[in-house]
Unconditional design. Structure first.
Length: 149
């Protein structure tokens, strides 16, 4: 029975640790600009880093259109760099699930405009994959910083 309790405690700690690591993958900043201006700045920042916008999902507006007029606006912008996508797939084809890159802009509490992204996992065994993920994460952070400067 003693080993069972130890196992449960270790499993619980592992679960909590993995959840905390997942939460740390969200990179988020508050924009000093309006919602619309933040989206425009994001478009410029994405192009300055040699990415191409491939889709924009206006989630908040879609919810408003269905009858919840006060729902906070939120938009997800999907963008990609084909050269990076090729490099990523050559390292690990499963990484296609991390493409395209996504950055969200949303109305937060108290009128704040939040801009955020989910960073790639760098807790991997393959050194090439870790280097690639680190490079993309750095770029994602720089895109967000450029959009709010």
């Amino acid at each position: 029975m003693k080993y069972c309790h130890t196992f449960i405690i270790l499993w619980t700690l592992l679960f909590i640790t993995s959840c905390q690591q997942e939460q740390q993958r969200i990179y988020e900043k508050v924009s000093p600009y309006s919602y619309e201006d933040t989206l425009l700045n994001l478009d410029i920042a994405i192009s300055e880093f040699n990415y191409r916008i491939i889709h924009r999902s206006h989630i908040g507006q879609a919810i408003r259109d269905r009858g919840d007029a006060d729902f906070p606006l939120s938009t997800i912008t999907n963008f990609c760099n084909i050269t990076y996508a090729k490099e990523m797939m050559q390292i690990n084809p499963q990484l296609i699930n991390d493409m395209p890159c996504n950055i969200s802009v949303q109305e937060g509490e108290q009128g704040q405009i939040i801009i955020s992204t989910k960073l790639m996992n760098i807790q991997v065994d393959d050194p090439a994959e870790k280097r690639f993920a680190t490079k993309i994460n750095t770029t994602l952070k720089k895109v967000i910083e450029a959009a709010i400067e």
